[in-house]
Design a protein around this ligand. Structure first.
Ligand code: PEP
Length: 251
């Protein structure tokens, strides 16, 4: 038994327009019953002010999909932690595999972004996950511990206090191929044990959510696993009925 509150986070990636963002948030506000699970949306930066306005007074949280690794200053095109705070973002996703593998973020970049977010009071959703070739080579645990250690070395051993980890096997993201509940449980429990090597209490309270082709019809089996504390949802979060169904499962 655990008292970790389930979390369902929508990662809208680089999708949407003002009209579709408004429609999704309207549907979410209308359809989401208070259900014990925490729900949050992470729109593209440009939609954050609109989302903040439309979510005012609701319990639905707001997060960003990344942030700059530096504080305010001469970094053309970047968005800082302070700016996210200013618009009411409570969360920020860091280390998503698309940023690691398409946009070239290294473990070191991810760690600096993590520290930057925490220094500004943002709750981090740190994404970790192995690629297919790494799973097939039997080095999933090695990859996960390297990704964790990179953050701990820069942000300190107590850095996961108040943070969320998203286990997202790269081969399951946007592919329709989901990890089995047993594969997810094994990875989540490994991650929790790694954190417990530094701090038992932080590890026990740490929410570890699963991401990778979560749909309304596979969410229940995944969320039923002992160390799976909800989900980070990509594709299915863009459809209000599917996303609401996943949120209902999480309660
Ligand atoms: C994601 O991008 O974080 C994700 C989990 O995507 P999808 O649900 O589409 O696999």
């Amino acid at each position: 038994m655990t008292d970790r509150q389930p979390l369902v986070a929508a990662n809208w990636k680089m999708n949407g327009a003002r009209a579709s963002v408004a429609a999704l948030l309207g549907g979410l506000r209308q359809g989401l019953l208070e259900n014990g699970a925490e729900v949050l949306v992470c729109p593209a930066f440009i939609h954050i002010p609109l989302a903040a306005e439309l979510l005012a007074g609701s319990s639905i949280g707001l997060g960003a999909q990344t942030l700059a690794e530096y504080g305010n200053g001469a970094y053309t095109g970047e968005i800082s932690a302070a700016m996210l705070n200013d618009y009411g973002c409570r969360y920020v996703i860091i280390g998503h595999s698309e940023r690691r593998h398409i946009l070239g973020e290294t473990d070191a970049t991810v760690a600096r972004k993590f520290r930057q977010a925490q220094e500004h009071g943002l709750q981090v959703i740190l994404c970790l996950g192995e690629r297919l070739e790494e799973r097939e080579a039997g080095i999933t645990e090695q990859v996960l511990s390297e990704q964790l250690d990179a953050v701990i070395n820069v942000a300190g051993t107590d850095c996961f206090h108040g943070a969320v980890i998203a286990y997202e096997p790269v081969w399951a993201i946007g592919t329709g191929r989901t990890a089995t509940p047993e594969q997810a449980q094994a990875a989540h429990s490994f991650i929790r044990l790694q954190v417990a090597r530094h701090d038992d209490c932080v590890a026990a309270a740490l929410r570890i959510v699963y991401g990778g082709s979560v749909k309304a019809d596979n969410a229940a089996a995944l969320f039923a696993m002992a160390d799976v504390d909800g989900g980070l949802i990509g594709g299915a979060s863009l459809n209000i009925d599917d996303f609401l169904a996943i949120c209902r499962v999480a309660r």
